[in-house]
Ligand binder design. Structure first.
Ligand code: SF4
Length: 739
């Protein structure tokens, strides 16, 4: 049912045309779109970010929303775990039973025995309430895949200059893409911003071992070896300091630790960096000079350097480059929480979670940076500068996912016995999938809220149907960025699907937490968030974006770091016993670090590639999208394929020292020889659900099966698993047996 007619078209027409703004959640680029209804029917979408077009995903809304496999009623598994004996029950029954079972687990094992996983990009607005509920319950064990994608970078930025910074393409004179490849079928608004900048004459530097549309039109293309981004950036910093291309006045006035930085980067002279990265030293020099002297460069965030054993160091390097070249708040805009909003951090009530529980957060000792402990030294500066105590910049205060699965298997400091996967296909989105599977099989309670019977949902006790993003109002604002985007509700939720807030409130009401959930609906929560502005959601909903009434000037108000300055040498890292300066270490499995192993496993893997027509583990049910990516495909260079005796289209095993998966060969001359690209998130919903089919193929096709979570393959500071170079594989035809 159409909820209301807003923005009536002024032109005289025989038809009733209504336009509503939405935030596309079909991928994580969150393009702002205008949905056009004609005579009550949703006909099309228009871009609100600018005149350029966007991708086709939102146009499949009807196939998605009305798909026959969409879960529209609460389900309970009455068989053994994974047996798929589902019966339909009411929401009330589901909530009553979940609340009772959850309380029993807490009474027996403690609140820390509950863990929860979510996907904050697509469920963004509900995050405040999600964390509120679990904080009140008493568990610190919150996790998302963003520990290896963006969340980890934000944490590094906040340690360096107090908050996240975002690249402003509209001001950029030079753009550096670290393997990042925004294109119109995925990340459309960023691809459009890139086009605009290039048309205006911005220079383009691309660091990518593959060739692509962007490398072909780049002013400089550095085909670095997979996984060596941190080494390359350390080389850039060294050249920029050596040649005195940095902004001396800015460095003197606003930074600390420059002398220590200078000493550290001397360890990365250009010839050494050329040797590590495999790039020409002159090209490296040219790129560093072009970046530093452009008059305004950007390094837009992208998920390539994030997922490496040097991921934290690579993020440190970008923050340092931005700082020493004086681009902060010129082309790289420092973000801040909107003071006029009740922020997500305030909703979350982190202060209500006792400190002794905070310190039980799994993974704290090994990988402290992103945890509550990692925030200790930032707490006072955040209070001072932003007026907020526990300031969550998107996914702050996160436990380590691998440590949670370990505890689920009974191998941790205490057991995890109850697991919530809310908008998260948790089995498939971390690493060591077989370990995650064992952990899930060892749970006393699993609750999933989703649209589909995903592989994770197939292991659940209860599945609760989730609303689709066009079926809910939204106010998208998080504390790492002050811009507030609003979405109008286009439809009522189908069947008995409900917002995540209804699930949380339903449990809170049954577990003695009702006073903390006084809002009847999610829209009431949005009104609460806006209360300081004197406006309601309805007053503002026609505005796709609302900017804060005032900005933040770090140069006069100070940076939210312990020193109040930009910390090139990080006091937070030092206090946690981590290296306060960036560094490069060769991953454990490369032809350089382990030539013996490379004889048996000759291919360096680049894992986690998103298929353009799909998004993460989603959309494989949607025929119009799936036809572009019908199978999981491994990109293999022709010479490597010939050596392994496989032809284009052959099914192959891709085997690592950890495990193996089956993929189809896609022979691609642009894939560098000696490497292989592996797609992310594959299962086949058309296969029967359950253990016999490996959870609809998830245990056969998904990349997380071949990725270990061992320390040797993990970033030291944040426990980021390595996906982008530094892990070896071999391939062989699927009808052959591995030796
Ligand atoms: S790139 Fe496409 S799917 Fe992603 S947010 Fe934009 S329109 Fe939606």
């Amino acid at each position: 049912m159409l909820v209301g007619h807003d923005k009536q078209d002024g032109e005289s027409t025989d038809h009733n045309v209504v336009k509503k703004n939405i935030i596309c959640s079909s991928c994580d680029n969150n393009c702002l779109l205008e949905a056009e209804f004609v005579d009550g029917e949703l006909k099309t979408f228009h871009p609100l970010n600018g005149p350029r077009s966007f991708c086709e995903k939102p146009f499949f809304w009807k196939d998605y929303r009305h798909h026959p496999d969409r879960i529209l009623h609460p389900l309970k598994n009455v068989g053994k775990r994974g047996e798929q004996k589902w019966v339909q029950i009411s929401w009330d029954q589901a909530l009553d039973e979940i609340a009772e079972r959850l309380q029993k687990i807490i009474d027996k094992y403690g609140a820390e025995s509950v863990a929860y996983s979510t996907q904050p990009i697509n469920t963004g607005d509900d995050q405040g309430m999600l964390r509120r509920f679990f904080n009140l319950l008493g568990t610190p064990n919150y996790m998302t895949g963003m520990n290896m994608c963006f969340g980890n970078t934000i944490q590094v930025h906040r340690c360096t200059y107090g908050n996240n910074q975002l690249a402003d393409y509209s001001k950029a004179k030079c753009i550096v893409l670290l393997g990042h490849n925004p294109h119109r079928r995925n990340w459309a608004s960023e691809a459009n911003a890139l086009e605009d900048a290039l048309e205006r004459g911005a220079k383009l530097i691309v660091l990518d071992p593959r060739t692509s549309e962007n490398t072909r039109r780049a002013h400089l293309h550095l085909p670095l070896r997979y996984g060596t981004d941190a080494a390359m950036l350390l080389g850039f910093i060294n050249i920029i300091i050596e040649e005195e291309l940095y902004d001396k006045e800015f460095v003197d006035k606003y930074t600390v630790g420059f002398d220590q930085l200078r000493e550290r980067v001397k360890e990365y002279p250009v010839d050494k960096v050329a040797e590590i990265t495999g790039c020409d030293p002159d090209m490296i020099r040219q790129a560093a000079r072009m970046y530093a002297t452009s008059g305004g460069s950007i390094i837009p965030w992208g998920p390539i350097p994030d997922m490496q054993v040097n991921g934290t160091s690579a993020a440190r390097c970008t923050a340092i480059l931005i700082s020493i070249c004086g681009f902060l708040n010129k082309t790289e805009m420092l973000q801040y929480p909107d003071p006029d909003l009740v922020s997500c951090s305030v909703l979350e009530l982190h202060g209500m979670l006792p400190m002794e529980q905070k310190l039980k957060q799994l993974g704290t000792e090994k990988y402290p940076l992103l945890t509550y402990k990692g925030y200790e030294m930032l707490r006072e500066p955040n209070k001072k500068v932003f007026g907020k105590d526990w300031l969550n910049l998107f996914t702050s205060f996160m436990c380590n996912p691998a440590s949670v699965f370990e505890a689920m298997r009974g191998e941790g400091p205490y057991p995890v016995k109850a697991f919530f996967a809310l908008g998260s296909n948790a089995l498939m989105c971390y690493v060591n999938q077989r370990g995650a599977f064992k952990g899930l099989m060892n749970q006393d309670l699993i609750v999933v809220q989703d649209h589909w019977l995903t592989p994770t949902a197939q292991l659940a006790d209860y599945i609760l149907p989730s609303d689709y993003y066009m079926e809910r109002p939204a106010l998208r604002n998080q504390d790492h960025s002050p811009a507030m985007n609003l979405q109008q509700q286009l439809f009522e939720p189908l069947g008995e699907s409900r917002n995540m807030y209804d699930l949380l409130k339903g449990l809170a009401d049954r577990m003695g937490l009702e006073d903390y959930f006084p809002w009847k609906t999610f829209k009431d929560v949005l009104d609460y968030r806006l209360q300081k502005t004197g406006k309601t959601y309805n007053d503002l909903k026609n505005n796709p974006t609302v900017l804060p009434s005032r900005g933040y000037d770090p140069f006069t108000e100070g940076f939210a770091t312990p020193s109040g300055k930009i910390e090139l040498y990080s006091s937070v890292f030092e206090s946690l016993g981590l290296d306060p300066l960036p560094y490069y270490r060769e991953p454990a499995q490369t032809p350089i670090s382990n030539p013996e192993l490379a004889k048996e496993y000759p291919l360096t893997m680049f894992v986690g590639v998103r298929d353009k027509a799909l998004y993460l583990t989603n959309y494989r049910q949607i025929e119009g999208m799936r036809k572009h990516n019908p199978y999981p495909e491994a990109f293999v260079h022709p010479a490597d394929a010939a050596r392994a005796g496989v032809a284009d289209g052959d099914w192959i095993w891709v085997e690592t020292t950890h495990d193996r998966i089956m993929l189809k060969t896609l022979i691609d001359a642009e894939q560098p020889q000696g490497t292989i690209r592996i797609p992310h998130g594959w299962w086949m919903p058309e296969l029967e659900p359950g253990l016999k089919t490996g959870l609809s193929g998830a245990m056969l096709f998904n990349d997380a099966m071949i990725l270990p979570d061992d320390d040797w393959n993990t970033d030291r500071e944040q426990g980021i698993p390595n996906l982008r170079g530094g892990l070896l594989a071999k391939i062989y035809k699927a009808d052959q047996i591995s030796k």
